[in-house]
Write a protein that binds this ligand. Sequence first.
Ligand SMILES: Cc1cc2nc3c(=O)[nH]c(=O)nc-3n(C[C@H](O)[C@H](O)[C@H](O)COP(=O)(O)OP(=O)(O)OC[C@H]3O[C@@H](n4cnc5c(N)ncnc54)[C@H](O)[C@@H]3O)c2cc1C
Ligand code: FES
Length: 281
Amino acid sequence: MIRTKAEILVNQEIAPGHFKVVLKLEDFSEPIRAGQFFHIRAGSDYDPLLRRPISVHRTGPTPDIVEILYKVVGKGTRLMSRRSKNTYLDAIGPLGNGFKVPKSQSNFILIAGGMGVAPLVGLCEELAKFRKRSITVIIGAKTKDCVTCKREFKDLGAEVIVVTDDGSEGEKGVSTDMLEPALKQFDLRKDGSSPYTTKDTAQITIGDYCPEVGIYACGPTAMLKAVAKIAKYHRIQTQASLEERMGCGIGACLGCVVKTRTGYKRVCKDGPVFDLEDLIW
Ligand SMILES: Cc1cc2nc3c(=O)[nH]c(=O)nc-3n(C[C@H](O)[C@H](O)[C@H](O)COP(=O)(O)OP(=O)(O)OC[C@H]3O[C@@H](n4cnc5c(N)ncnc54)[C@H](O)[C@@H]3O)c2cc1C
Ligand code: FES
């Protein structure tokens, strides 16, 4: 983790209120794992005082090039959106743990709500390179205009399912509505019975006979709670990146703690990625 000057090479609005930024980090050669983030000073001075956490969206082609993707929601992100090319952001990172994909997994479901897509593209790139058997990505967005990264996921060979609140693209609903249907592809029982139609579903679940499936989630808390419920029912290992508000970003202020089965944990330092079954909501 280092503090670095990050030159803005590109700051482009790719959808209304959604910006993709390409940064060149000065003297930077640290490895970055999908799911890690940078803590960024949004303005050119100390207003706003607190940095804003933004996930690494993609890396490369050299270690000092990092892409981020953000949505304008308030003062900090609005200021960032107005920063022009060839100016510098003050960034600390890479921070946090990132996703850790177990060797046993080879089929993946990535599920995103809103800007949760940002870190999942980097994860999908890693999975596509090293592990892929199947990758299904569920993108949930408010409207068609807010659907981003579909092309990136498809280019990586993933099957993409889009869900919008108003049905203006893909299915109408929320991303978690599509999680159970997406899991059906792993229902491999030979007798044709399905955990979705039989009464003994509590006895045998997808996770029991298809342990190589992993779910990776990023999005608002309500979405993650719904994912946790489905994942628990099917006993499928699930990791989620949490979008907690942050102060210091480096584990010092305890402003970002969440309750887990092994005590309180700092999202910035111990996360932002957690096994969903460890979280106590
Ligand atoms: C580890 C991590 C990674 C993140 N990665 C991304 C990313 O890749 N792209 C992206 O667009 N956003 C990301 N976020 C969220 C981003 O940090 C906030 O949107 C940003 O800090 C808002 O700053 P602001 O000054 O624009 O808004 P503020 O003026 O601070 O807040 C505006 C509104 O947004 C809400 N808000 C602010 N911060 C958060 C938050 N962390 N979670 C939920 N609601 C919030 C506030 O409650 C308020 O309603 C990430 C958050 C975390 C913790
Ligand atoms: S933001 Fe300070 S401990 Fe996490």
